[in-house]
Design a protein around this ligand. Structure first.
Ligand code: UDX
Length: 474
């Protein structure tokens, strides 16, 4: 690839002559959002032009808005395999073979991406300087490598999760993984190599086979090792020691540049329409009085769990804002709340199908978050000083939960079969008890550290400069 002179950095408003970063997110909300936030950072902080390749499913809304902009382009990859891609998308919940789906998507997008990349390079070979690829898309990354494009790997999870993934082969070698049985005692075994994780926290999916999981993680680690640098949406003061382990273990530069949602200029990245009316409802509530309940874009529950959750919220008598996404209750497109729920919670509770989560967590009325602990939700909660009730389901969520409870001490896990009395107790513990108050205090301390990290001279701010310098050196 031809080198560009630094003079082209900050070129024309239409993107002509500017250095261009290519990007390819995995087509899930929790992955599209940080990639687009990073695109924002590149454009607004460094004047770089960006081309985002995206799968034909879950296409970012920004694609339509930016269609005509020269410095921010979107390229659909694999329009003619859209149906196969849609069929591969996991339905969510612990029942989905998430690892298998990721690898299936990666394999499906390889050939169409090669075509798309060839076209883009034919136009932009002089300015396209590198590609930031989601670390789950190793096949896509290989295509870019073969066409001579340098790559950077974006890990959308936390450093704690990457450290656990790095230890996976060693735990397999020692015979710890896969577990010999599903016996409770065995699953509760503490992993000396990865405190505070237990064996159960490494069971990323109930349905992916061990072999699928092992291949998926091997490819993910290859993606990081073969890259010119790994980018993480986290910050030093939060995950200092795990970041050091990654730097030592991977032998590539590591850039902790988060929290991205506090740095980017806020380009729309939501794949679903956010119901803004809940913000007006929050305006009417008292400070730190409301529990926000949301389980992200993929996790799901059955109708019995929905009923218990509903009655638990009723019994707690605490104001709440609850996100019930379409398809989030197994077996029904639209969730059916129990009779009497609406009357029992009128004026005190609000249910929406998708919320402007970052604005909600920032709102003064929100005092706690009941979450599935996807990394974005965890980080967003931390950065607004909101303590959590944790109910993880799959992938990295159990690891994030352990860190929330055991390391940062800003929340606690709700374990076992969901039942209304335990919810009632947990909600009141988080919102009304001295223990909950201490968790909120610690969460606010982390919020302040996050703010410091992104200020001038802060660790994330410095890491962004170093990352941009690296890109300019290609
Ligand atoms: C999760 C894991 O985090 C991810 O690592 C894994 O690969 C897939 O499962 P997800 O369920 O999307 O992803 O959760 P999370 O990472 O928390 O991302 C959800 C995003 O959706 C957040 O940025 C959140 O702000 C946003 N959101 C959620 C909304 O905008 N509105 C809502 O109502 C709920």
């Amino acid at each position: 690839m031809a080198a560009t002179s630094p003079a082209s950095y900050g070129g024309g408003g239409d993107g002509v002559g500017r250095r261009r970063v290519l990007m390819f997110p995995l087509p899930f909300q929790g992955h599209v959002t940080p990639m687009l936030q990073l695109a924002d950072v590149f454009r607004s902080r460094a004047g770089l032009a960006v081309t985002v390749f995206h799968a034909p499913v879950n296409a970012p809304a920004a694609a339509a808005a930016a269609a005509a902009a020269g410095d921010y382009r979107f390229v659909t990859v694999g329009a003619d395999v859209a149906e196969e891609a849609a069929a591969l998308m996991p339905t969510g919940g612990s029942g989905s073979d998430f690892a298998g789906a990721l690898m299936g998507l990666d394999a499906l997008l390889r050939a169409p991406f090669d075509d798309a990349l060839r076209h883009v390079l034919a136009e932009d070979a002089a300015t396209a300087c590198c590609m930031v690829v989601d670390s789950n898309l190793r096949g896509v990354q290989e295509v870019a490598e073969r066409r001579g494009v340098r790559t950077l790997a974006l890990r959308t999870g936390g450093a704690c999760c990457l450290v656990a993934y790095m230890a996976f082969p060693e735990l397999c070698g020692k015979g710890v993984l896969p577990p010999a049985s599903r016996d409770q005692l065995q699953l509760d075994m503490q992993l000396d190599e990865l405190p505070p994780l237990r064996l159960r926290d490494m069971m990323f999916s109930a349905t992916s086979t061990h072999a699928t999981m092992a291949t998926c993680l091997e490819r993910l680690l290859d993606s990081a090792r073969c890259s010119s640098g790994v980018i993480l949406n986290t910050f030093e003061d939060l995950e200092n020691s795990d970041l050091r382990k990654i730097t030592n273990g991977l032998n590539v530069p590591v850039y902790a540049i988060g929290p991205l949602h506090k740095i980017s200029i806020g380009q729309e990245s939501s794949l679903l329409t956010q119901d803004q009316t809940c913000l007006e409802w929050l305006d009417k509530q008292e400070a730190e009085s409301v529990l926000y309940v949301s389980f992200g874009s993929l996790a799901s529950m059955d109708s019995q769990e929905l009923f218990e959750t509903a009655w638990g919220l009723v019994d707690s008598k605490i104001p709440f804002l609850w996100v019930i996404r379409p398809n989030s209750v197994q077996g029904s497109q639209q969730a059916c709340l129990p009779d009497g729920f609406e009357e029992a919670t009128r004026g005190r509770g609000m249910v929406v199908s998708w919320a402007p989560q970052q604005d909600v967590l920032r709102h003064r009325a929100v005092g706690g978050f009941w979450t599935h602990n996807g990394w974005n939700s965890t980080l967003e909660s931390i950065c607004d000083g909101v303590p959590m009730i944790c109910r993880p389901q799959f992938a990295d969520q159990m690891i994030n939960t352990r860190y929330v409870q055991e390391v940062w001490k800003i929340g606690f896990e709700l374990e076992g079969k969901i039942e209304r009395r335990m919810i009632d107790r947990a909600v009141r513990k988080l919102l009304c008890s001295e223990e909950g108050k201490e968790m909120r205090y610690r969460a606010k301390d982390l919020k302040n550290k996050a703010i410091t990290c992104i200020e001038k001279g802060g660790s994330s701010n410095t890491a962004i400069h170093m990352l941009v310098n690296l890109i300019m050196s290609f």
